[in-house]
Design a protein around this ligand. Structure first.
Ligand SMILES: *[C@@H]1O[C@H](CO)[C@@H](O)[C@H](O)[C@H]1NC(C)=O
Length: 181
């Protein structure tokens, strides 16, 4: 027996299964980000997480939420640091407001994690929306202050997009969950 003929069917099956798995994951990510207003960011956020392989729609919601939460925590620290450096300047009050906004955003997103684990999608929706409003308030405040070109404003803008993507993906997951009941 030629070894090649006994091996190749196995290889073919493996290739097929791998291809199926990859295509399937890609299809699901596309579906998850379907209604996102920031599709490129949505796709990139999910693909940057190693856990997306073999994930279900609900898991993809957790991935985007995790990204938004770590973004918020990083920004919370950044604002805190900047507030120390720019105390008693014209931007202090806007930064103080942003600090409060990020404190709130982080806690809203942490609550959302629990809610998502229990598939309480309405709570996720409410709390992620609140975090998104926090981002908006911070951005508006900075725009009205002397610090309108700050990197915090730019990063806050992207953070708002991450929150918006969490809503898009978890709403998809919620729709899927309702359908299967
Ligand atoms: C927030 O997320 C964006 C998009 O993934 C990323 O480019 C940025 O570096 C993150 N910001 C922080 C402070 O982690």
């Amino acid at each position: 027996m030629k070894p090649i003929s006994s091996v190749s069917p196995l290889i073919l099956v493996c290739l097929f299964l791998t291809e199926f798995h990859v295509t399937n994951a890609r299809g699901l990510i596309k579906k998850a980000c379907e209604t996102s207003l920031h599709k490129g960011l949505c796709l990139a956020t999910i693909k940057a997480d190693r856990d997306y392989k073999g994930a279900k729609l609900h898991d993809l919601g957790q991935i985007v939420l995790k990204a938004a939460t770590s973004n918020a925590s990083a920004l919370q620290k950044e604002v805190e640091q900047l507030l120390k450096e720019r105390a008693s300047t014209s931007v202090e009050s806007a930064l103080k407001d942003c600090k409060e906004n990020y404190d709130d955003a982080v806690s809203q997103l942490e609550k959302s994690k629990q809610a998502l684990e229990h598939k309480r999608y309405n709570d996720v929706n409410t709390w992620v929306t609140a975090a998104m409003n926090d981002a908006d308030s911070c951005e508006q405040g900075l725009k009205e202050s002397a610090d309108k070109d700050s990197s915090i404003a730019q990063k806050t803008f992207i953070f708002g997009q991450l929150c918006s993507n969490v809503l898009a993906v978890t709403n998809k997951a919620a729709a899927g969950a309702t359908r299967s009941v």
